[in-house]
Design a protein around this ligand. Structure first.
Ligand code: ADP
Ligand code: MG
Length: 272
């Protein structure tokens, strides 16, 4: 009996663990340390944002999580298995969507399932279900170039969800959109996340975007990227960017980042 109680109360293991993760690029024989000593757990259903100045290694860590690049120190485990290559448990969304222009929206969403030999009728049903989730049911037979930039990014999110990932990895997915569309997309992504069981890792250099989205914000130092601080965001959703709580968070993050941005800027100037 006591054991059963224990079982129900036992905390779930994290979905992702990063232990002492580092990445050194080998550029023309000269080692270039991009990331160092990254220790991070990501819970199931958690929304984690990576925030830091340009060049601090946010994308690098995301690609390591994706298995698109190989780490040079430490270990990353996802769902109990070491990450060594891309997998359908980890969906990807980039800033520039790479939708296939010759396929319809529905065909784009289920392209990965076609590769897995899912029959056409079943794919159509998945496309309908996913496009309803991302609010684009009407667009199923349209081509990508008939959609706005924001709609194309919703298709990209849908395409990533179609493979039933455990976690979505998003690299500045709204970075190319105008400010108003961006705010709408943040609401959209929050809703998609709340209605799903996926964890999210979202890369941005935008403090407001980080506070709008995150359960926890991982603040990076300038290069070589290390974790400077992990900030929980305990504000109710949907988040109001005009609320005092929101402003307190953005002020705190601005202070945390100021030194790092100065350092990153000085380094960029030196490189030139
Ligand atoms: P962020 O996404 O935070 O802007 P990145 O992860 O893209 O930063 O880059 C971190 C550092 O690693 C940068 O200095 C960048 O120039 C370097 N870098 C990124 N990709 C490569 C690569 N393929 N080869 C060598 N250096 C790289
Ligand atoms: Mg980047």
């Amino acid at each position: 009996m006591i054991q059963a109680d224990y079982a129900t109360q036992a905390p779930q293991p994290p979905l992702v663990t990063c232990r002492a993760v580092g990445k050194t690029w080998d550029t023309d024989g000269a080692p270039f340390v991009a990331l160092r000593d990254i220790d991070l757990d990501i819970a199931r259903r958690e929304f984690v944002v990576f925030l830091g100045p340009s060049g601090c290694g946010k994308s690098t860590l995301l690609y390591l999580l994706a298995g698109l690049e190989q780490l040079t120190q430490g270990q990353i485990v996802c769902g109990g298995a070491p990450v060594t290559r891309p997998g359908t448990d980890r969906g990807l969304v980039f800033q520039e969507t790479s939708l296939f222009p010759w396929l319809t929206v529905g065909e784009n969403v289920t392209f990965g399932l076609k590769m897995q030999h899912m029959p056409k009728d079943a794919r159509r049903r998945v496309a309908e279900e996913i496009l309803e989730r991302v609010g684009l049911s009407e667009a199923i037979d349209k081509r990508p170039d008939q959609l706005s930039g924001g709609m194309r990014q919703r298709v990209a999110v849908g395409r990533a969800l179609a493979l039933k990932p455990e976690i979505l990895l998003l690299d500045e997915p709204f970075g190319a959109l105008d400010v108003q569309t961006r705010a709408k997309m943040q609401e959209f992504l929050t809703q998609v996340w709340q209605r799903s069981n996926v964890s999210m890792v979202f890369v941005t250099h935008d403090i407001d975007e980080a506070v709008s989205l995150a359960d926890r914000i991982v603040v990076f130092t300038s290069r070589p990227g290390r974790i400077k601080s992990i900030i929980p965001v305990d504000l109710p959703r949907p988040r109001d960017s005009r609320s005092p709580g929101f402003h307190a968070m953005t002020d705190h993050l601005t202070d945390l980042l100021r030194d790092e941005v100065d350092r990153a800027f000085a380094e960029q100037e030196r490189v030139r």
